[in-house]
Write a protein that binds this ligand. Structure first.
Ligand SMILES: [Ca+2]
Ligand SMILES: [Ca+2]
Ligand SMILES: [Ca+2]
Ligand SMILES: [Ca+2]
Ligand SMILES: [Zn+2]
Length: 366
């Protein structure tokens, strides 16, 4: 007998990001484990993954056999290299191991893509390693958050619907930033191949910015003060190396353009004015009314589907809410000019330095 099943678990969008608490893998989650102490952090991290789930890449499943080894940095200590034998990864899915530990100084997050001991998996049809890499298809990776600030609990703001208070560090901002590293921003060979003497020269990025965009000296972030077109009042990107306490930054069209350039199939909706439901160049109450009339609808090409996830849903509303009041500039010329006020602000208000580093060379097996 053949049973046809139409299940709501059939994914409407391209990819699924499965978050696994590292402490569940290692044994028992208990007091002292970041995601045990802060269950709301897991909800916020899962919310942040929705920024990537509209990507429509086709990623092959990785069966548990024949044997292979998934390698990643332990997000509960940042030191140990974890090697998992025969990890099973469904098609169009990435698995991220999440945890926390006391990072040094002002560092508040760290993440990276997973590897096999020697190389990055190829689950697609592009090239993922070497000087011609033009795609990125990891099995997943790991993501970690800081637990303590000079011995005291780190002052996280976990709520995604409210902005952080002065002095708080916005978890959603850090989650977007670190997830982008796990997705290859600053970490993928296909990203590095587009770094020409500190200028990022991906085609989608150039099309949006009308120029190459400066990278930070570390080659893993945008230069300090980088803002995104096509806004009249362009927002700062979340993918700079340091962020100001008490502020929220979200993924901007520029960030999505870079992710598209390193190989992700990013919906066009994410490369323009985010949250502009009716596509008229500003984000106002009419967009909300239109969303309200269409919420729950599914399908391709829906104007009200602000993120291109093929469903008019609460994330589209969040995009609208986050970008409310913004509009496009009539003249879309753009330059990623560091804002002169940024550096003094950083010193006055304290900085949170976000670092990422590629997985270190594997010299041992466990
Ligand atoms: Ca710390
Ligand atoms: Ca791809
Ligand atoms: Ca509008
Ligand atoms: Ca949507
Ligand atoms: Zn970073």
């Amino acid at each position: 007998m053949i049973v046809l099943v139409w299940s709501s678990t059939i994914s409407l969008h391209g990819i699924t990001i499965e978050i696994r608490r590292m402490c569940d893998h290692g044994g028992t989650c208990e007091a002292g484990d970041f995601f045990f102490d802060h269950p709301e952090a897991l909800d916020a991290l899962r919310f942040a993954t929705r920024a990537f789930e509209p990507f429509s890449d086709t990623l092959l499943a990785i069966p548990s056999t024949p044997g292979w080894t998934a390698t990643f940095e332990n997000p509960d200590n940042g030191i140990e290299t974890i090697q998992l034998q025969n990890l099973s990864v469904p098609a169009n899915t990435l698995i991220l191991y999440a945890g926390g530990y006391d990072m040094p100084g002002n560092q508040v997050g760290e993440a990276g893509p997973g590897k096999t001991p020697a190389f990055t998996l190829n689950r697609g049809s592009g090239v993922v390693t070497g000087p011609t890499a033009n795609d990125f298809t990891p099995w997943g990776g790991s993501i970690a958050f800081d637990t303590l600030d000079n011995g005291a609990p780190r002052n996280w703001h976990f709520d995604v619907d409210t902005l952080p208070a002065p002095g708080e560090i916005d978890f959603l901002t850090i989650a977007f930033h670190e997830l982008s590293h796990a997705f290859g921003f600053g970490t993928a060979p296909s990203f590095d191949n587009l770094n020409s003497s500190g200028q990022f020269q991906g085609a989608a990025t150039i099309q949006l910015a009308q120029s190459t965009v400066s990278l930070a000296a570390d080659g893993n972030h945008w230069a300090s003060g980088t803002t995104s077109p096509p806004y009249a009042d362009p927002p700062l990107s979340a993918l700079t190396a340091s962020l100001v306490l008490g502020r929220r930054r979200v993924l901007t069209p520029l960030d999505y353009a870079a992710l598209a350039d390193l190989g992700w199939q990013v919906p066009d909706k994410l490369l323009g004015l985010l949250g502009d439901i009716d596509d008229d160049g500003n984000i106002d109450g009419r967009d909300f009314l239109r969303w309200q009339r269409s919420v729950g609808n599914t399908g391709v090409g829906l104007l009200e589907d602000a993120d291109g996830s093929l469903e008019v849903d609460d994330y589209d509303l969040w995009l609208w809410q986050t970008n409310y009041g913004r509009k496009t500039t009539s003249n879309s010329s753009f330059a990623a000019v560091p804002e002169p006020c940024t550096i003094p602000l950083l010193f006055l208000s304290g900085i949170s330095i976000l670092r990422c580093r590629p997985l270190r060379q594997i010299s041992r097996y466990r």
